[in-house]
Design a protein. Structure first.
Length: 288
């Protein structure tokens, strides 16, 4: 029996949504396509070309995602604004690439000896950054955890491994991007940095971001969003564009939050798709 073009279109949309969901789950470390989201027999029977023709998660799949009722005590997502996002304006770039790398090294050295707040009391190593100091994209987290404090590198624990998978899914190598935190010393018990600690460490974060001069910043978690002026006075902060010194800044959930609440991985992935579009990168491919 011949299928109408309308039915074929609906089938393509369904298969595209199922494929995108499966890839997203795999890329972010999830269990894969949920049973019942799409009949396996339908996916298996689909022509290869049909599956390959869909590159992004379909709107219907995004609309189907709902936070669980038990999420009442955790940060709530809100709809991304429909208003135009800011244009890419790279801030003042101080000096040559070599001078900027040198400047970052000097800042890192200064941070290692800093005692401007109480956090060094429990510090093993200060944690300045990792990755490419000339990257077009910077991820800013809140502060080092236990693994980071021991190794002197940001995002090397389980949350860091999840972040790495997201980065690869975006089409970058792990070390192609630049990653740092709001504070460079580990808060005790991995608590959120206090406002006065975040404020004290701005003397490193601000010149650090200016020296890297990325095209886009991704703030990971509310603390980073607040430090970058990306949190709205109403309390809204996630899934929206703001600007840090003219650089478009997207705020999304911290990977550590996703480890506890993996149902929000899709929300983060949607935020990161906006970042990729802003950078002119093609839609996500499978992580390698
Ligand atoms: S957290 Fe920042 S401001 Fe506080 S001591 Fe460490 S480097 Fe200095």
């Amino acid at each position: 029996m011949a299928l109408s073009s309308e039915l074929v279109g609906e089938l393509q949309e369904l298969l595209g949504a199922a494929r995108a969901h499966l890839e997203w789950e795999e890329q972010l470390g999830g269990p894969g396509l949920a049973v019942g989201s799409a009949p396996a027999s339908v996916v298996a029977a689909a022509p290869v070309g049909m599956l390959q023709s869909v590159a992004e998660p379909a709107a219907s799949a995004a609309a189907a995602f709902q936070p669980p009722a038990s999420a009442a005590t955790i940060p709530q997502p809100f709809a991304a604004p429909s208003a135009p996002t800011p244009t890419v304006t790279v801030p003042h770039v101080p000096g040559s690439a070599e001078e900027r790398v040198h400047g970052l090294a000097a800042l890192a050295q200064e941070a290692a000896a800093c005692t401007a707040c109480v956090l060094p009391e429990g510090r093993t190593k200060s944690v300045f950054a990792r990755g490419n100091p000339q990257s077009e994209i910077v991820f800013v987290g809140e502060g080092p955890g236990r693994d980071e404090d021991l190794q002197g590198e940001p995002f090397v624990g389980r949350a860091g491994q999840l972040l790495d998978r997201m980065i690869v899914a975006m089409g970058y190598g792990r070390d192609d991007v630049y990653i740092c935190n709001v504070v460079k010393c580990r808060p005790p018990e991995n608590r959120t940095p206090r406002p006065e600690e975040a404020l004290a460490c701005q003397k490193f974060l601000l010149p650090q971001l200016e020296l890297v001069a990325p095209k886009v910043i991704v703030a990971l978690g509310r603390c980073a969003a607040q430090a970058l002026g990306a949190a709205h006075p109403s309390g809204a902060w996630r899934g929206r564009w703001s600007e840090w010194h003219g650089v478009p800044t997207m705020s999304t959930y911290h990977p550590a939050f996703l480890l506890r609440s993996p149902e929000f991985k899709r929300t983060v992935w949607e935020d990161l798709q906006l970042v990729m579009a802003r950078l002119g990168k093609p839609p996500a491919k499978r992580a390698t």
